[in-house]
Ligand binder design. Structure first.
Ligand code: B12
Ligand code: SF4
Length: 427
């Protein structure tokens, strides 16, 4: 029997040292740590801080997307006791006391997993405001399925063997949602699945059943939802309408580029007509469309980026995010970029995707950075602020805690008014 606690260092804005101090106060026997490629440098610093501050030092077990993608562990072999690749739930309890490298198989029956023990969380769930686009708070995350069958070159999905999609039942999902509402007062959910909509026909049929169960249990009156999606023939109007009816508010679509050539190069497996149709249908259904665009994809030239700009003008998304293509460890792109010598910055803590770290055969690193900045400045910020600000000012009148933010939001609004002018802000 073990006593467990969960510390969310990111939410607490901890440094490796402050996080290690929290660990020290709890005097645990075992510490489990997770890392994406971006947070891998912080993971190494945290392990070092824990080892030097805690006496005797606890056992250290690591896992996560970056750990699963790594090919050799020499760098951390001396400082960690146990490394877990793949899905961790079943393998972890078996190897708690063992040393070495283990691999968790893809879990087939997701309904058998217990719900996340959110009561163990520091800080408490009630303090979580969530990511943009923000709706009601507290917001939390939930995972309704696992695995994506597609092959986009920039995505590290392939590292998880269980790319075959596996779905939780609508009943099991709604049981967790009920717990979130009643036990934690949660009001908004970011469904964290790779792509909740657009991956396959099977997925759309399942999603419609989930949405119906949400409505049957009246959970759509107490919760709102947002998710990521893939623009494909499977993201059809019926599914989008079912989502809206269940109180989904926004979908973050991986549009990536407005050039068909680039979409083909990155194996996106979709076309511009389909993207346009999906955006139109999602808007008709009443959803907020957030378009994710990348600059610096395989074979992309400045002309392709110009095509993307023009495409967005026709697409009319509500929000846009533009990032620099970043070779994430585990993705096919990373292997290619390494072989071609494209990677110019090896410091993973810079891999937050608005900083260019690599070049391609067609664009230099500084060209990628300039294009990303130009895009952001000309287009993204205005759209982003306009949509978010109007909504936020409106929501100031929905509760006392929101009302207290009104002076801050008004000040921000006036700043934007000065910057963009009245007509552009209202348009
Ligand atoms: C939602 C999401 C986000 C959210 C929240 C991220 C966060 N910090 O929690 C947002 C939008 C903020 C985000 C941002 C980014 N993301 Co993101 N994101 C995801 C997504 C879709 C789901 C993450 C999740 O919660 N999964 C569910 C959990 C349960 O899965 P898991 O973390 O992998 O954990 C399992 C195993 O790995 C293992 N495990 C994990 N940790 C541990 C620890 C121990 C001790 C053990 C034993 C086991 C174990 O067991 C778990 C259960 O089976 C994943 C894709 C995916 N399907 O995972 C990408 C993913 C994690 N993101 C990715 C990337 C690249 C980013 C960004 C760099 C992008 C950016 N624009 O900046 C940032 C980095 C954020 C950060 N601080 O690290 C990559 C990471 C690739 C890599 N090589 O690390 C992924 C895998 C997407 C992809 N396929 O390429 N992301
Ligand atoms: S980017 Fe999305 S659609 Fe492409 S492989 Fe990754 S999760 Fe699947």
């Amino acid at each position: 029997m073990h006593e467990v606690s969960v510390i969310d260092g990111q939410a607490l804005k901890d440094t490796p040292r402050t996080l290690a101090d929290r660990v020290k106060r709890q005097r645990p026997d075992i510490v489990g740590l997770t890392a994406t490629t971006l947070s891998y440098p912080a993971l190494k610093q945290t392990i070092h801080a824990i080892k030097t501050r805690c006496h005797p030092p606890p056992r250290i077990i690591v896992g996560g997307s970056h750990i699963s993608a790594m090919e050799d562990y020499d760098e951390i072999a001396d400082s960690v006791d146990c490394i877990i690749k793949g899905e961790g739930e079943y393998i972890l309890p078996k190897v708690l006391e063992s040393n070495g490298i283990y691999e968790g198989s893809p879990i087939e029956e997701l309904d058998k997993l217990p719900f996340p023990a959110r009561d163990l969380l520091t800080p408490p769930l009630s303090t979580y405001r969530g990511n943009e686009p923000r709706f009601e708070s507290p917001e939390t995350t939930a995972l309704w399925s696992r695995g994506c069958p597609h092959n986009c070159v920039f995505c590290s999905n392939i590292i998880f063997k269980g790319r075959r999609p596996r779905f939780r039942s609508p009943q099991n999902i709604c049981d967790e949602l009920e717990e979130l509402v009643t036990a934690y007062g949660v009001r908004s959910i970011f469904v964290y699945d790779d792509e909740l909509i657009g991956a396959s026909r099977e997925q759309s049929d399942w999603l419609i059943r989930v949405c119906k169960e949400i409505v049957n249990r009246q959970l759509h009156r107490r919760l709102s939802f947002k998710c990521q999606g893939r623009c494909s023939q499977f993201a059809d109007y019926d599914t989008l309408y079912a989502m809206k009816h269940a109180n989904f508010k926004a979908v973050m679509w991986g549009v990536e580029s407005g050039s068909q050539k680039v979409l083909n190069n990155i194996h996106k497996g979709t076309n511009l007509e389909t993207v346009t149709r999906v955006f139109r249908d999602a808007k008709r259904a009443g959803l907020i469309n957030w378009s994710f665009i990348m600059v610096g994809n395989l074979g992309e030239t400045k002309e392709d980026i110009e095509e993307t700009r023009k495409f967005l003008q026709c697409l009319k998304p509500d929000l846009v995010q533009v990032t620099c293509v970043t070779p994430i460890v585990g993705s096919p792109l990373y292997g290619l970029a390494e072989r071609k010598g494209w990677i110019e910055d090896n410091n993973f803590s810079h891999y937050f995707t608005t900083l260019a770290v690599a070049r391609t055969d067609t664009l230099s690193r500084s060209e990628i950075q300039q294009e990303q900045l130009k895009f952001s400045d000309q287009y993204v910020r205005l759209l982003h602020y306009r949509a978010i600000l109007w909504r936020k000012i409106g929501s100031s009148f929905t509760s006392l805690s929101n009302f207290k933010l009104l002076p801050f939001r008004t000040k921000k609004f006036l700043g934007l008014l000065k910057r963009y002018g009245f007509r552009r802000l209202l348009r």
